[in-house]
Design a binder for this molecule. Structure first.
Ligand code: ZN
Length: 128
């Protein structure tokens, strides 16, 4: 299953971040899976939840955004919206279009539990 390896990749990104930033648990994960990324969002969610057991992602709320596909049409000289990579330009029907948006699968945001705050307080103003 394609999405299972994608979920594994996402999990590695998160575990790297956990090691780097010293957090133990993720409260909320926001992922972006563009309309042209070829990712089945439902399968991805299932795979993430399956992978999460015993990791920092266990129990985390998983949000998956699906930005629409966008492409640049050479003939029209403008950006158009498309649903799949095989779609023609909705304006001129041409196929000389280049996907420019909604093509990515990426981690957008990560909210972590701060059970034991280890980071120093942000300095507000100057100590006197
Ligand atoms: Zn066009």
């Amino acid at each position: 299953m394609h999405e299972l390896s994608l979920a594994g990749g996402i999990l590695r990104v998160i575990e790297d971040a956990a090691a780097r930033e010293h957090f133990q648990r993720v409260a909320q994960l926001r992922v972006e899976a563009g309309a042209l990324s070829g990712v089945d969002v439902h399968a991805l969610r299932f795979a993430l939840e399956a992978c999460a057991n015993g990791t920092v992602l266990q129990g985390a709320e998983i949000l998956i955004d699906e930005p629409p596909g966008a492409a640049w049409c050479l003939a029209c000289g403008t950006t158009v919206q498309i649903q799949t990579r095989a779609d023609p330009c909705p304006l001129c029907g041409g196929h000389q279009i280049q996907p420019t948006g909604g093509t990515e699968l990426r981690v957008v945001d990560l909210i972590v539990h701060d059970d034991e705050p280890t980071q120093p307080q942000a300095a507000v103003g100057q100590p006197t």
